[in-house]
Write a protein that binds this ligand. Structure first.
Ligand code: GLN
Length: 484
């Protein structure tokens, strides 16, 4: 599948119809998905019928939306009226939502066509998709390696060329890390930039929806359609949404001041991966940017602070899966407590149970001050630390993850090892900042991402810098080969 831009171009010129675009997606899915398992559901009938409508509207010369005919995939923790929304969990295996998430309405109003729902770690908790109740997704570049997570299905679907763009959610890195592992662009917007209405909550003060695409400009286009205030989500900001595509086109690196946090290259950082990232940063300097080392000493506290806050919020958000409001109703037990235990005991997987135990503990009387409150205080300090550095730099650059895609099973036995895979994405989430991952090379045939971090609501600056780098390199044109 082409990029969003190429698909749009061909559709506009009339060389391709919406039906052909959608059919090409399903054909690519037929080839790839038996190998990678990126999809939990496919919406063939609905997608083809929508494409027919769009083609008919074009015939009649009706005005079409910005994304008319574009096939997209959606992470299965974003509710859609079509099909089910499982959040990768057994407890929601048969859940059908009575409404669309705001992001879905906005994309569909612009003419995008959802071709299916993608795999994820259960309730978006994880960094490899191994915690999906429906089996893991595989990395299209090497099937014995994880695609990252939790939005592994969406990242793999774009990398394999099944769709030109997809939606993910990022609480602590779940868009950026799989984008890095799969060699595509993945964007986590500023907290409050995109509506969370209809997004199954993990950590409500951290969750954001964002796009995956092959190019920066494609991701910028999708974000500009999705972003903005929503009357159904009081945490959305009324900050004007920028013209992110124009920002890409006007971009220049000259005169840019770039900060490189030295702590992002310490502890546990792979030497090979660091070399690839440093080379990408050096390119910015060669092009006339001023690159300087900066320090974010609280980076090492990121994982502890993030996991305390995310799991505490998760334990509260997951209370609704009680077999009364949500969850299976066909239970054997009839006593209330026994029903809770049956539904939650068999419906939740290991990482979700860990979240409930850890989160409930951190919020309980007697422990709240020592854990949750303390973590919240450090959260404020982390945020201030970033704000301070951003007084003297326009953007920051660094790695997305301390190591590349790992092999299946190598981290599931030790949850802490899995948490450390997020050590360079979670501090940014805790600070509520926008950041993206874009391909900048590879190690042993597996992609490496460069993380671009910007001040609050400065997505335009982030896209501009990323686009300039991308256009001067050909990483985005490299695609994995379909296994035989
Ligand atoms: N791996 C992290 C976690 O489990 C991040 C997940 C996410 O961003 N949704 O919390």
């Amino acid at each position: 599948m082409d990029t969003v831009h190429q698909a749009q171009q061909q559709f506009k010129e009339g060389t391709v119809s919406a039906q052909e675009l959608v059919q090409e997606s399903f054909k690519t899915m037929d080839g790839w998905d038996p190998h990678i398992h990126a999809f939990l559901q496919r919406f063939e009938e609905e997608a083809v019928s929508k494409a027919q409508h769009i083609d008919a509207a074009r015939q009649k010369k009706e005005t079409l939306g910005l994304l008319a005919g574009l096939p997209i995939a959606v992470k299965d923790n974003i509710v859609t009226k079509t099909g089910r929304t499982t959040a990768g969990s057994k407890i929601l295996e048969s859940y059908t939502a009575p409404f669309n998430a705001t992001v879905i309405n906005r994309l569909e109003d612009a003419g995008a066509i959802i071709i299916g729902k993608t795999n994820l770690d259960e309730f978006a908790m994880g960094s490899s998709t191994e915690y999906s109740a429906f089996g893991p997704t595989k990395n299209p570049w090497n099937l014995s390696h994880v695609p990252g997570g939790s939005s592994g299905g969406s990242a793999a679907a774009v990398a394999a060329g099944i769709v030109p763009a997809a939606l993910g959610t990022d609480t602590g890195g779940s868009i950026r890390q799989p984008a890095s592992f799969c060699g595509v662009v993945g964007v986590k917007p500023t907290y409050g930039r995109v509506s969370r209405f209809g997004v199954i909550s993990y950590g409500s003060s951290l969750d954001q929806v964002g796009p995956f695409a092959r190019t920066v400009q494609d991701a910028a286009l999708l974000l500009s359609v999705m972003a903005g205030q929503d009357e159904y989500d009081a945490t959305t900001s009324n900050h004007a949404v920028g013209d992110y595509v124009a920002a890409c086109q006007q971009a220049s690196v000259k005169g840019l001041t770039i900060g490189v946090p030295k702590e992002f290259f310490e502890e546990g950082m792979s030497i090979d991966l660091a070399a690839v990232v440093r080379k990408a940063i050096a390119w910015f300097e060669e092009q006339g940017a001023q690159v300087k080392e900066v320090s974010l000493p609280l980076t090492s506290a990121g994982v502890a602070v993030y996991y305390l806050i995310a799991k505490a919020e998760a334990s509260v958000n997951l209370a609704r899966y009680d077999a009364l409001r949500f969850g299976p109703m066909d239970l054997r037990s009839d006593d209330l407590l026994a029903r809770y235990m049956e539904a939650r005991g068999s419906g939740f997987g290991p990482e979700v149970k860990r979240a409930i135990i850890m989160g409930t503990y951190a919020l309980s009387a007697g422990y709240y001050d020592a854990w949750y409150k303390q973590a919240s205080k450090v959260r404020t300090l982390i945020r201030r630390e970033y704000e301070e550095v951003f007084k003297s730099v326009d953007i920051m650059l660094g790695p997305v993850s301390p190591e590349g895609p790992f092999t299946f099973g190598s981290k599931t036995a030790d949850p802490l090892q899995m948490y450390l895979a997020d050590s360079l994405t979670v501090p940014i989430s805790v600070a509520g900042l926008p950041a993206l991952s874009l391909p900048c090379g590879s190690v042993n045939g597996l992609p490496v991402g460069l993380q671009v971090i910007a001040p609050h609501f400065k997505e335009a600056a982030m896209f501009a810098a990323a686009h300039t780098y991308e256009q001067a390199h050909d990483w985005w044109q490299q695609v994995p080969v379909l296994p035989q």
